[in-house]
Design a protein around this ligand. Structure first.
Ligand code: ADP
Length: 163
């Protein structure tokens, strides 16, 4: 049986830290669905379509061709099930990520005990990289081209009027 997994997240926008997790998960599992979670409690910088498009462009250059891009709203576990996936992938950075992720993974296990949450440890060079930090720097015209894919760096410049 093929192992199909879902990597959900805000991806507002996708960073090299996310891409590292995507590359590694795609090499371990047969099929990987990277899906933008539409969180009604968050006010994102990039729209659903923009986030999906940036993800699509970012994974285009990867050698793995077992990656799909999608988006969803509502309960993650329902979505994972609807994708016929057996697990969801999350990334762990500093200890500060642990508590929230542990809580969410425990809750998700209660909702559906058949679906596992699998954590990938960040590559240390991305340990302090988040979409929020990227936006904080980019909004003042700072150069983020080393920490995000080229298309994201360009999209941020346009968003913040630096083009
Ligand atoms: P969310 O709002 O769901 O946390 P994010 O887009 O911020 O969405 O993150 C999605 C997932 O990717 C989370 O599991 C997060 O911990 C992980 N992640 C984000 N940045 C990194 C990074 N630099 N290294 C490893 N994992 C990361």
């Amino acid at each position: 049986m093929k192992t199909r997994v879902v990597y959900p997240g805000s991806f507002d926008p996708v960073t090299n830290g996310h891409l590292d997790i995507i590359t590694r998960a795609a090499s371990v599992f047969d099929e990987l669905v990277v899906s933008v979670f539409i969180n009604p409690n968050k006010d994102p910088l990039f729209s659903r379509k923009e986030r999906e498009d940036l993800l699509r462009q970012s994974v285009k250059n990867l050698s793995d061709n077992n990656i799909e891009i999608d988006s969803f709203c509502g309960l993650t576990m329902k979505y994972v099930k609807s994708q016929n996936a057996s697990a969801l992938i999350r990334g762990l950075r500093a200890v500060s990520d642990f508590e929230g992720e542990f809580q969410m993974a425990s809750m998700n296990k209660q909702l559906d005990e058949d679906i596992e949450t699998i954590f990938f440890m960040t590559d240390t060079k991305y340990a302090f990289l988040s979409s929020s930090v990227v936006k904080e720097v980019a909004q003042f015209g700072g150069d983020v081209s080393d920490i995000v894919p080229g298309c994201v760096s360009q999209a941020l410049r346009e968003k913040y009027g630096f083009n």
